[in-house]
Design a protein around this ligand. Structure first.
Ligand code: NAP
Length: 318
């Protein structure tokens, strides 16, 4: 029988690549979008999958709205990717970030608990839950101590998911993903912004790239490879949580300089702008992906410079 998956936040980067992956596995994919909003479907057109997905409006802050959708489609799997996902924006809009990122998770868990505990649930947790952790690499057992409203919202969604698994027996898993990038990344995120601006500088349509603290280090990977891990988690015999990462950190400065060198741009055009600095930013973080590799059979070997090559090529082609 054809499997049915519901994806929240389908219009985001991960939603588009996860849809593509699940369609390749012959799933029927239902994508939830915000009600009464002119959504941008260009990512699905880019991946040539728009006509293969059923898009449904759903207010994730409304229990009834979620219940109706789950009753209508009776999915075997729900992937919860919807979130205000920008750390920077979460400092500007903490109430909105905390309110949506927490209540949407709780509503989904409550609905599944009341309707059908056999529905498997994936929660998009984040490395931002760990804050400025001292003991690196991060593992599934590391202490959670977020340093942003976004991190706090994700930590709460994470623990609620664990709690519904432990208290009510839900098949609920958290994928603790580290930064992952792609052509479909929103333009306000660092790597996308660097590549797009560098191409504009090359064309002469922009003069400079303004950056915050580029001595920060992060563990970056490739989104199309990371979505496979989400699916793998829900195919196991037991629900568990997994770190998904590359296992290495790289500085933002290395990324900018690599892109500028590739495009032959003078590094004097990199300008530090203190308005981009965030309060209490994470200085360095990377994870350990051994559990995912061993138990899920997930594979990831790309360096981030290889990913940057793919992204620059894809951006230039457009
Ligand atoms: P994204 O591109 O920012 O997409 C976020 C999705 O959530 C979009 O579909 C967006 O809908 C939806 N959304 C945001 N606010 C909403 C609201 N108030 N009501 C309804 N829908 C709302 O994020 P992503 O990169 O695909 O990431 C997917 C998930 O993984 C997120 O939960 C993110 O926090 C988490 N995560 C991402 C990374 C990463 O590096 N990408 C790392 C760790 C965890 P609209 O299109 O309508 O705005």
């Amino acid at each position: 029988m054809q499997k049915i998956a519901i994806i929240t936040g389908i219009t985001g980067q991960d939603g588009a690549y996860l849809s593509q992956f699940l369609l390749g596995k012959e799933y029927k994919v239902i994508g939830l979008v915000r009600p009464n909003i002119a959504e941008d479907y260009s990512g699905f057109e880019y991946l040539k999958i728009k006509d293969n997905i059923i898009f449904k409006e759903c207010n994730l802050l409304d229990l009834k709205s979620i219940t109706n959708i789950l009753k209508e489609f009776r999915p075997s799997e729900v992937y919860n990717l919807a979130a205000q996902s920008s750390v920077g924006l979460s400092f500007e809009r903490p109430l909105e970030t905390i309110n949506f990122n927490i209540l949407s998770v709780l509503n989904l868990l409550e609905t599944i608990k009341g309707l059908d505990k056999k529905i498997k649930f994936y929660q998009a947790s984040s490395s931002d839950m760990f804050g400025n952790i001292e003991n690196l690499p991060v593992t599934e057992k590391s202490i959670i101590h977020p340093t942003s409203p976004y991190g706090i919202s994700k930590a709460t969604g994470h623990w609620m998911t664990v709690n519904y698994r432990e208290s009510y027996g839900l098949f609920a898993c958290c994928g603790i993903l580290f930064n992952h990038e792609s052509y479909l990344r929103a333009p306000n995120f660092f790597v996308k912004k660097v590549i797009k601006t560098a191409i504009e500088i090359k064309k002469g349509t922009q003069q400079e790239l303004r950056v915050g603290d580029i001595d920060l280090r992060r563990d970056f990977g490739f989104a199309p490879d990371y979505v496979k891990a989400m699916w793998l988690m829900l195919q196991q015999d037991e629900p568990k949580d997994f770190i998904i990462c590359s296992g290495k950190s790289i500085s933002l400065r290395d990324i900018v300089e690599y892109v500028f060198d590739k495009l032959g741009i003078d590094k004097n055009k990199i300008v530090t702008d203190e308005s981009f600095f965030r309060p209490n930013d994470i200085k360095n973080i990377y994870g350990n992906n051994e559990k995912a590799k061993k138990e899920l059979g997930w594979e990831y070997e790309k360096t981030f410079f290889e990913v940057l090559d793919i992204l620059i090529q894809e951006e230039l082609r457009k």
